[in-house]
Design a binder for this molecule. Structure first.
Ligand SMILES: [Ca+2]
Ligand SMILES: [Ca+2]
Length: 191
């Protein structure tokens, strides 16, 4: 082709259209790979966030107790290293109930929302209101494990032979399947 030859409009390469097609195709693939990008968190994602928020609230309450009394509540309760407990009335009462003998200054360290239909908040036994348990967004309890020997580390319940977790307390939920042994859906305070 001569350098001065004029290409008829119909035969010109339509790079703008090609580029647009690539962009649209790329964007479609992006949406497929990131289905929540334009739609906010999925329901499951929102519930996981709620569980993480609840665990953080309890962690802060326990830190408040420790700051007030210069002793850990889990230590006062005799929780052993590598032992899992449920976040139930034994743990919650001294943080919530000013009448607990473990909380003589009657400080309210923790004020969790009441769980609706036994989910996502504080559940109290209908019979007497005395028994209580912190429930995750799926209606299951939370587990708590504490550093009782004071080395600042806790065995990872998901991987006992693996690296220790650096924390005074860890918490975890069994997730939507309500089975603590299936880790894929569990929600944990350490990752
Ligand atoms: Ca330890
Ligand atoms: Ca599970």
């Amino acid at each position: 082709m001569d350098a001065t030859e004029v290409i008829p409009p119909g035969n010109r390469p339509r790079w703008g259209c090609v580029a647009s097609a690539v962009l649209v195709l790329g964007f479609g693939v992006f949406i497929l790979l990131h289905p929540t990008t334009n739609c906010g968190p999925t329901k499951g994602g929102a519930q996981r966030l709620q569980a993480q928020t609840a665990m953080k609230g309890l962690y802060i309450a326990l830190a408040g107790f420790q700051a007030e009394y210069e002793v850990s509540l889990t230590g006062r309760l005799g929780f052993k290293e590598n032992e899992d407990h449920l976040a139930d009335e034994v743990l919650l009462r001294p943080l919530i109930d000013a009448k607990s003998e473990l909380n003589p200054r009657k400080t309210r360290f923790y004020d969790p929302p009441e769980g609706k239909k036994g989910k996502n908040g504080l559940w109290r036994a209908p019979a007497d209101g005395q028994q209580m348990q912190l429930r995750d967004p799926w209606g299951g309890p939370y587990r708590i494990r504490s550093d009782s020997d004071g080395d600042g580390k806790i065995v990872n319940p998901e991987d006992p032979a693996g690296e220790r977790i650096f924390s005074s307390v860890i918490l975890y939920s069994a997730g939507p399947d309500q089975d603590f042994d299936t880790w894929k859906d569990n929600v944990t305070s350490w990752k």
